[in-house]
Every structure is written in C-alpha cells, then in structure tokens.
Design a protein around this ligand. Structure first.
Ligand code: G6P
Length: 490
C-alpha cells in the first residue's frame, strides 16, 4: 500500500539483465523456474506490489522458441501482477555485453576480488550497443514523458544517460547491486569517464552502503569536472543533479501463512538428513551461493578442513553442504574456479571421510527457493564468507527461515550485510584460522545464545525488509519529482 501511494498514477519500468522467471521446455511442457540472483530476490516482490513492466534479457530462457510466445508476458504465472518484456540478444551481443564487459570487466573491477578485469574494445562496443537497445525499449514502453524507471545493476551503467536524453523528465532510479571500488581501483578501466557520465543520467543513484557512495563520489571527483556536495550527497554534472544515497537492500519477510506452509523444523531436518544420509547427531553447516569466485567458497572449505584438523572430535560429526548454482560457466575464470572447488572438496573428503561419513557435500546444481529454505531450516550453521559482496541476501534469507530462533550465521565482514547483521559471527574469510575458530564457536554455541542472537537478527531483517528499501528510494524520488515539477512552473 505504501508503495502504491508513493507512485500513485505513475508508470514504473524496471530494467535488469536477469529475468525474474525462466521459461523452459521439459517433458511436462513449459516449466517456470526462479533464477539464483540477489537482484531478482529483492526486486521481484516490489514489482508484484506496484505492477508495471520489467524489461530483461531472455538469457536464462535458453530455448527461444519456447518463450517466443512469452515476449511480453504477464507474471508471476497465475497471478499476472506485472508484465515481463524480454529483449533477445544475439550470441555476439551476449558475448560482448554480458560475458565480456559486464562479467569479465566490471564484475572483477568492482569486487576487487584479485581476479584481473579484462577490457576488450569489442566488448565495450557491444556493451554500448546493448545499453542503447534497452534504453530504446524503455522509451518505447513509456506512456508519458515522466515514467519512473528503475535501472538495475552494472549491466546498465550507460542506460540512465541514454534514457535521459530521450525522456528528460523521467525519474530514473539506478541501483548498483555490487560494490563500488575506490578511485584508484576503478581508474584502471579505460572507459571510466563514459561509465560515470552514463550513471549520472540518473535522478537517484543508490548503493548498499555509505562506504560505496563515498567511493563513487570520490571517483567522480577524481575523473570528471563535477560539483560534489558532500553534505547533501549530490553531484551536479552538466547542469543536472544526481542524489547519491545508500539504500541497504533486503528480502521480503515471510508471512505467517508462508511460514506455516514450511512445516516444522524437525521435519525439514529429517528430510534433509535422510536425503544426504547424515547421522542424527551431525552438526550441519551449509553454504548457498552462485558458483562465483567472489563468494569465498575456497576459503570456507579451507576453514572446514582446518576445523577438522584442530578438533578431531568433530570428525564424523561435522558436515558441510555447499549448494553452488552454476553461473557464467562459459567463462574460463568460472570454469577453472569450479574445478578447483571440486578438487579441494574431494581432497578433504579423502582425508577425513570414512565409510558412512563424507565431510563435504558439493551440490553444484540449481536449487529452487523452497529447497534452499528447507536446507536452511535443517542446518545448525549458515556460512557466508564472500571476499566482497554488495549486500548478500543469503544471510538474510537464512535468518528469515529460522522462526525457531536456532542456528548460527557466520558472516564475512566484507559483505554489506555485516553492517546490519552485527549479531552474526563476523569473520575475515581470508584468515583461515579465524574462520575455523568461528566454525568451532558456532558448532558449540549453547542454544540460549543462539536464540538471543537469532532473535535480534530476525527483528533487524523483519524491520528493514525489501519494502523499506524500495519505499525509502521511492519516497526520495517522489520528493525530487515534486521539486522538479515546482521548479518547472517557476
Ligand atoms: C548478482 C548481480 C546480479 C545478477 C546475479 C546473478 O547478484 O548483482 O545483477 O543477476 O548476480 O548473476 P547472473 O550473471 O547469473 O545473472
């Protein structure tokens, strides 16, 4: 209701690379899946609440023929709350724009994950062209001169200025879901000025934390002739003002009816334990991530190994399950990372495993949200050890899953979430010893302490849910729209 009132009468258009639903052909006809993406997790409930159109690349819907009929389709299936409009990219466009510039250039550039960014001229050309295609689609969808356009993430740094050129009155809210690095790190990108200028086409530019906002403003200060007003958090560039603000993203808090549908924690635990063949007294730690080198999966496996080495009493009773959803697998960096993780898991299992006991289970497949939720409810510990992460919504989903107020969250200090979820066990994932000690502390934590920490984490995520995130951003936008209208009159 809050979102509706903030947008009364306004048209909302979302732009993101990833589509919120994937349509695939199977033996039972067309099935609909949900992709693993923090962005989709957060933005989808907001779109359901305020309707409008979501423009996305039909990337996951691999079989174009299947989804051709779904070029512009009402979703979610059976509810039809809003429209999903797909943009089809050629293999070459996808290679340059998505795999190339976005994921070999900007992704490692912004995460500073010690993976060297790759900048190819041809990727940059594709990135520009695809940003233009999406900008054209926004303009084609617009029914008025001033729609509200919600631009998502690093795939579309140039799009805000492109839309601004055609629709000067539009309210463009751009949210950068990944970190923003310091000016020195960002400065190695050959097209740093173009990217900054593109982003400054936004009315509001949002990041997860103040820290990322400051990095962005310092980067602009370093490379563009712009006026920066620290105390208002605004940047004036070529007679146009952009508000740079932090909006910590979150999840939809589950309703009582949803929670009732999950069934008791003991049942979840029984099902998961039976499926994985775990002994009853096992301490189960889980990690759930896209199979990505920024997530610290290698570091957490090292910590698991160190735990078993330091505390042999846990050998036989401590099991770590890693769900790793395949992602960007056509890139060599991702493939070789996946290989290394497989080899390391096998080595740990060889070293500490015995008949009936396998310390590491690597489940490298896509899991639907319901399966992940069941795993969260079955676990004693959830391990989030990102080397760098804008926010990390897995940590918040784990907390939301635990209405029994049990379970321990181990969280990297380099994830945006660590600033809010302070009752988690906060670790530096680069420090194996520290992470192993935190695993031990989690495995031996008394139930009363778990309850105390979990209750406090839950009240934080409950209060600062995704509607807060969107509401905060949209009420800032409403203020700016009003101001612009008043100024236009005088
Ligand atoms: C991160 C990015 C999103 C992206 C998601 C999944 O959360 O910030 O923009 O959609 O990862 O990555 P993929 O490349 O599979 O869409």
């Amino acid at each position: 209701a809050l979102l509706h009132s903030q947008l009364s009468g306004d048209q909302v258009i979302v732009v993101s690379n990833r589509e919120p639903y994937i349509h695939e052909r199977s033996d039972d006809g067309v099935v609909v899946r949900r992709p693993a993406s923090g962005l989709v997790t957060a933005v989808e409930p907001v779109m359901r609440a305020c309707s409008g159109t979501w423009i996305a690349h039909g990337s996951g819907s691999g079989d174009r023929e299947v989804v051709d009929a779904h070029d512009r389709v009402a979703v979610p299936p059976g509810h039809d709350d809003y429209y999903l409009r797909r943009i089809w990219l050629s293999a070459e466009e996808e290679r340059g724009y998505y795999f190339g510039f976005a994921n070999e250039g900007l992704w490692p550039l912004c995460h500073v994950a010690h993976v060297r960014p790759v900048f190819r001229e041809s990727d940059w050309e594709a990135y520009k062209a695809v940003n233009q295609r999406f900008a054209d689609a926004v303009v084609a969808e617009a029914r008025s001169e001033d729609p509200v356009v919600l631009v998502q993430d690093y795939h579309f740094a140039l799009l805000p200025a492109m839309v601004r050129e055609k629709l000067p009155q539009a309210t463009i809210l751009t949210f950068w879901h990944i970190p923003w690095p310091n000016p020195e790190s960002f400065g190695i990108c050959p097209w740093r000025r173009e990217l900054l200028q593109g982003l400054l086409g936004s009315t509001i530019l949002g990041f997860h934390t103040r820290f990322h906002c400051r990095n962005f403003m310092e980067t602009v200060d370093r490379y563009l002739e712009a006026r920066i007003e620290q105390e208002h958090s605004t940047i004036s560039f070529q007679d146009k003002e952009t508000l740079v603000e932090s909006y910590p993203i979150s999840i939809e808090w589950p309703t009582p009816a949803t929670v009732a549908g999950w069934g008791p924690v003991v049942d979840c635990r029984q099902r998961v334990f039976a499926r994985l063949g775990l002994a009853e007294d096992t301490c189960l730690a889980v990690g759930v991530d896209r199979f990505d080198y920024t997530k610290g999966i290698l570091e957490r496996l090292n910590a698991v190994e160190r735990l078993l080495e330091k505390h042999p009493e846990w050998v036989g009773r401590f099991v770590f399950v890693q769900v790793a959803a395949p992602t960007r697998s056509s890139l060599e960096e991702y493939r070789s990372f996946q290989d290394r993780i497989e080899r390391l898991s096998a080595r740990i299992n060889e070293r500490f495993g015995r008949p009936g006991y396998q310390p590491v289970h690597l489940l490298a497949q896509h899991h639907e949200p319901e399966q992940v939720n069941e795993l969260f409810r079955a676990a004693n510990i959830c391990v989030v050890t990102s080397l760098h992460d804008g926010m990390n919504l897995v940590s918040k989903e784990f907390v939301a899953a635990r209405d029994d107020e049990q379970g321990v969250l181990l969280l990297s200090r380099f994830a945006g979430a660590a600033r809010e979820l302070t009752e988690a066990l906060i670790v530096n994932p680069y420090h194996v010893e520290e992470t192993a000690d935190a695993l031990y502390q989690a495995a031996t934590m008394p139930s009363a302490e778990q309850r105390e920490r979990m209750a406090s984490l839950r009240s934080t995520v409950h209060e600062f849910n995704v509607y807060r995130w969107a509401g905060h951003m949209l009420s800032d936008a409403a203020r700016w729209r009003l101001r612009a209208r008043v100024e236009a009159r005088v």
